[in-house]
Every structure is written in C-alpha cells, then in structure tokens.
Design a protein around this ligand. Structure first.
Ligand code: FES
Ligand code: FES
Length: 151
C-alpha cells in the first residue's frame, strides 16, 4: 500500500510502485482532469503540482510521491484566481491541454510574484496546445496578475 495526499485528502493505493502517478490519479482515483498526452514528458498535458511545483505526472513513479502534497486541477477551488482568468479570457478551445496549462500557470504565479513576458513564455513553453490558444493563455496570466496587483 502506498499513502498519498491528493487535493488535501488521504488515499491508500495498492498498485505497483513504479506505475506513474498519472495512472493512479486517473485510473484508480478517477480524477480524470489530469490528461494523458505523450507519455514521455514532452507535452505537459499531465502536469500536476507536487509540493507546489509543476511536475509531469507521466514521468513520476507513484512511490516517489508518497507523503508529498499533490494537487490536481480538481483541487483548485472553482473561484481560483487562475481558473477565473481562464474563463474571463475564454482560453480553452478543445480543452484537452488546459488542465496542464492551468496547473503550470498556478505554479508560475506562486513561484514568481511578477513574472515578465519572457518568464511567462519560458514557464509555459513546455505545455503544448494543438489548438494554438497561447495568446489567450498569456492574456489570462496577465489578467490574473493584474487582479492581485502584480501585473
Ligand atoms: S503526458 Fe506527460 S508530458 Fe505528455
Ligand atoms: S485547447 Fe485544444 S489542445 Fe489546447
């Protein structure tokens, strides 16, 4: 059994300890907001927060996450600053990459109090969007920063 803390809730899971945390979240716990894209750490659609830092969940064996604080997109409150900015800027198109985009943006805003254009682009660079929503993502991040007086 492996003990996990996800979105503030404790879970005991009976899985192979080498299974990526992505599959435990999606298949065992039915938290399907986190998406599977490439499976090799290149697209970012599986991004979650582990101890507040953005990580590619397809690349991390579940045993490495035991006892750490995991947050998925479901763990953000509906009125979270970033979620609201996403809605206000109507960011998603097909939506598939958006949980990863949102989690990466949440990590960026918590790590950097006022990221400039370059830092925003660098932080968001690893999350691919086939629909090309990048300009709206940038606007939403700027909006969120403005709302808290950091932009
Ligand atoms: S599914 Fe994890 S980076 Fe693509
Ligand atoms: S909104 Fe479709 S892949 Fe990003």
């Amino acid at each position: 059994m492996i003990s996990l803390e996800i979105n503030g809730k404790g879970y005991e899971v009976d899985v192979n300890s080498e299974v990526p945390i992505l599959w435990v979240i999606r298949e065992h716990l039915q938290l399907t907001g986190t998406k599977y894209g490439c499976g090799v750490g290149l697209c970012g659609s599986c991004t979650i927060l582990i101890d507040g830092r953005a990580q590619r969940s397809c690349q991390i064996p579940v045993h490495e996450t035991a006892g750490r604080r995991i947050t998925t997109v479901e763990g953000l409150p509906a009125d979270h600053l970033v979620k609201r900015a996403w809605i206000e800027e109507q960011v998603p198109q097909c939506g598939y990459c958006q949980p990863g985009q949102i989690m990466q943006a949440v990590a960026l805003l918590s790590e950097d109090s006022s990221p400039d254009e370059e830092k925003i682009l660098a932080a968001m660079d690893g999350i691919l969007c086939r629909c090309g929503t990048y300009p709206r993502i940038k606007r939403a991040i700027r909006r969120a920063l403005k709302e808290v007086g950091r932009g």
